[in-house]
Design a protein around this ligand. Structure first.
Ligand SMILES: *Cc1c(COP(=O)(O)O)cnc(C)c1O
Length: 393
């Protein structure tokens, strides 16, 4: 077989075929390389591989063929130069901070990022002398104003969770670059199927593979995608030393997850859009948050920036927390869990779960009302999902 240049292929095909280098056993499906170390032909070869003068596997903390296949495939799909896999999404975010930051540096971060991401910057990087300012995701001027001479990077998720707000990636990339800072985008909600942050100017893309990339709620994993230079200089040395490695088994699960990602994302988005339009028609609902709706404040931006509007919908019940809990408890099929990106639909009450540790004032400032319910729309028949929601409406 000739060496195929997968850059010439489309995302759907890369997702199925790229990354697997067939072995002398002629296997059709990617094997799981369950080996911690590798054997060298001679002492000299061992030395050359350890110093990086000769490519090849060394030790599975930082080189494993199954993990490599996942990395190559995701890098191609994101249109990034190189990807490194990690044991979780949080480990990937940790790696970016550990690789890029030093005491005295400054970070500007969206206020509407994953809760543990806030804690990572505030409690852990903060402990070592890195200061982080949190700003409103959609207030582009506030990002600009928050930047200082020592700002190393800007960090955001778009769409945000649970209010599904959309940040202008291209505008924020411009702002970051004007100040010699990097823009980091956590692309977990969109995946490369819906949004390609590198094409909009981002410098680093983060993934929690735990969500849509797995797609069936089985494994925890994460990834960092960036230029060769950033990976080689800042991220790879930290992975090799820090050791938050993705296991070959998890990489194998994520590889098959990627194979169906495009078709799943489109189905998630179609159902979520239909559900959002239907929810807008139901009594007892004050507001539906979904970027596909013309009522969404950043509808035009979402149309420009994403190929589809995403699989997560949230809505506010007029009856506050009592009604929200009643609706959640009345469902018989939906899974009551804060996880998302699964073929199974999940339902959650952000104010008392994912955002329950915030003070009521901070929660109110973030716009997370007591009547807010979030649904990650799965691939069950949409009519069954509606029926389950109707039980408590
Ligand atoms: C879940 C999640 C993470 C953390 O990923 P883990 O794999 O759970 O560590 C980071 N960012 C976003 C947007 C997430 O949804």
């Amino acid at each position: 077989m000739t060496d195929i240049n997968w850059n010439d292929y489309t995302l759907e095909t890369q997702a199925i075929r790229a990354g697997h280098k067939r072995t002398h056993e002629d296997e059709h499906s990617m094997p799981i390389f369950a080996t911690s170390s590798y054997v060298f032909k001679s002492a000299e070869e061992a030395s050359l591989r350890f110093t990086g003068q000769k490519p090849g596997n060394i030790y599975s903390r930082f080189t494993n063929p199954t993990v490599n296949a996942f990395q190559e495939r995701l890098a191609l799909m994101e249109k990034g130069e190189r990807c490194l896999a990690f044991s979780s999404g949080m480990a990937a975010i940790m790696a970016v901070g550990m690789g890029l930051l030093k005491a005295g540096d400054h970070v500007v971060c969206s206020r509407s990022v994953f809760g543990n991401t806030v804690l990572m910057f505030q409690n852990y990087f903060g402990k070592f002398g890195v200061e982080t300012d949190f700003v409103d995701l959609i207030d582009t001027a506030a990002w600009d104003a928050a930047i200082k001479p020592n700002t190393r990077f800007l960090f955001l998720e778009t769409p945000s969770n649970p209010l599904i707000e959309i940040a202008d990636i291209a505008a924020l990339a411009d702002i970051a670059h004007r100040h010699n800072a990097l823009l980091i985008v956590d692309n977990c909600f969109c995946t490369p199927v819906l949004q390609k942050p590198f094409e909009l100017g981002a410098d680093i893309v983060i993934h929690s593979a735990t969500k849509y990339i797995d797609g069936q709620g089985r494994c925890v994993g994460g990834a960092v995608v960036a230029s060769d230079e950033i990976i080689e200089k800042y991220i790879y040395p930290y992975l090799r030393t820090g050791g938050a490695t993705m296991s070959p088994f998890n990489a194998w699960v994520f590889l098959s997850g990627l194979e169906t990602l495009a078709i799943r994302m489109k189905a998630h988005c179609d159902s979520a859009f239909e559900l959002a339009k239907w929810l807008e028609q139901q009594p007892g609902i004050a507001k539906v948050h979904y970027p596909g709706l013309v009522s969404h404040a950043q509808h035009e931006l979402a149309k420009r920036q994403q190929s589809h509007f995403g699989g997560v919908v949230s809505f506010e019940l007029t009856g506050g927390k009592e009604h929200a809990w009643r609706l959640i408890d009345a469902t018989e099929m939906l899974s009551i869990t804060a996880n998302l990106g699964d073929v199974k639909s999940t339902i959650t009450h952000p104010a008392t779960t994912t955002h329950g540790r915030l003070s009521p004032e901070v929660r109110a400032a973030a716009g997370i009302k007591d009547g807010l319910v979030r649904i990650s729309v799965g691939l069950e028949n949409l009519e069954d999902i509606k029926k389950d929601i109707l039980r408590g409406l």
